[in-house]
Design a protein around this ligand. Sequence first.
Ligand code: ZN
Length: 260
Amino acid sequence: MLVDSHCHINFDPLSEDTEGVIQRAHEMGVDHMLCVSVNMEDFPQVLALAKEHDFIFASVGVHPNHDEGEEPTVEMLISHAAGPDVVAIGETGLDYFRSSGDMTWQKDRFARHIHAGIESDKPLIIHTREAAADTMDMLKAENAEQCGGVMHCFAEDWVTAKKALDIGFYISFSGILTFKNAQDMREVAKKVPLDLVLVETDSPYLAPVPKRGKINEPAYTSYVADVLADVKGVSKEEISRLTTNNFFNLFKAAKRREAA
Ligand SMILES: [Zn+2]
């Protein structure tokens, strides 16, 4: 019993072997997955995956670094989020690593996503890179605690984690948690309450140890859970049960599969 709370199985090369990706995930106990949207152009594919499989959920949003293509309005996000298969808004946030210069456009886009989250009562999936202070300031200023959300692929310090937890946000750990040099991240994970923690792959990127350097896929959520269980001093079964419950508590529109 595990949920990959953040994957991109519509990206190459995972999209070339959807059924294999799903089968291997199920073999590793990953029963559910959230396929996260990064732009409006690919959203129909993400939605189709969710419509075809009752254990795949979709989000709608435009990644902070996506600088071409359709700019989403609040109304557009809300209308796409209204269907039963779309359980979250995102991924959204701020990224000063891959974009630079005047960041007003990124902040405007981020604010629109937060408003859509609040209006549609769907939680936010937050991406932040080299922009932690601004990201947390905006979540607070725009009242994001009203819809809640998750700090995905968490790679920030405890101060940032604490700010997120204080507004009721969840923290999701990816394969980074398993990296040899990620002792700091494991220290942060140790402090995150067990009822606010999630696991993810962010596949096809960031494969965890022992698959580091390979193409990541949802099955490998299991390796992230191994390390998180170890860090928390609980069994794999317990961390699987807890992170699964946490996922369905946060993403209320996601329906748990009967068999899972
Ligand atoms: Zn992502």
